[in-house]
Design a binder for this molecule. Sequence first.
Ligand code: FES
Ligand SMILES: [Fe+2]
Length: 340
Amino acid sequence: MFLRNEWYVAGFGHEFGERPLQRWLLGEPLVLYRGASGGVVILEDRCPHRGAPISAGEVCGDAIACGYHGFTFDPSGACIHIPGTSTIPREARVRAYPAIERWGWVFVWMGEAAQADQARLPDYHWLVEPGWEGRSEYLSVKANYGLVRDNLLDLTHARYVHRKTLGTAAVTDHPISTEARGRGVRVTRVMTDIEPSPFFKRMGGFTGQVNHHQQIDFAPPCHVVINTRVSSVTGSHENRSAQFHVLNALTPENARSTHYFWGLVRNFALGDEAVTQMQQRLNRETFFEDLAILEQQQVLLDCKPAGWRPVATRNDGGCVQAERLMSRLIEAEIQARNEQ
Ligand code: FES
Ligand SMILES: [Fe+2]
């Protein structure tokens, strides 16, 4: 069960080229490519002729020819050429998904094309905003996207999972506050006068005590932006502050697998490639620590006994609210579809 009338990240702009790429989203096969006029195109990757993957074919101008018998489709999904005949049956078309390229990422609307609403694009503008610097990366996680979302909404796991990287004991000693915000959920944790985590010691060069402010914004269906602000209380960098945004788009591949597109941007040491490399490496290592837990969690939840329920505490506030919100939205979407 996925929300369909929403924007999901389908890929990075540089992945769209004249070589078609197959990617499954929400359990549906898609073909991604870039047409000769430069636009990104996303079509259903199941040829209406014999069901072969169109992505096995090749891009011709703005269209794409299926690799099996050459049926050719334009960006609207209409078949424009069938080798050996001038008659094109009306049913010879594939679904075209609205797609927008923005900030180096490509967003796809997985619901009804007529309802695609650009105003509902999630906000990842820091990827290109002057004053911020960083990179994007991709990770395949063999776990439901909701588990990845909850991992980001409850950062108390850092004390245990990320002992060597992000971990700070302070994370469990400072409670969170959770609030509904716009269409989403915000979790805030303020940790004052704490020892910086290994990540911030290395990245920010903080030596003494710091104030560490975490703000996590979840926007349906699967977008999480973590803003971390660290400022020194004592030590060699007194009064200095450093900010990061961790940008997380958790696109379901299917119910048990997630395309995890992430970006990490900072507002200091601009132009320093060595810092960018280190930040990416440290964050990648951190995400691999999460991945090890998440993939095992999926296996264990797949065979949970009947009636098993997770036990929630105060720190799960963000996870619980996000889950409720998603259930509400999915229910409303199903109802609207049934009423049509
Ligand atoms: S299956 Fe695509 S052209 Fe025949
Ligand atoms: Fe984590």
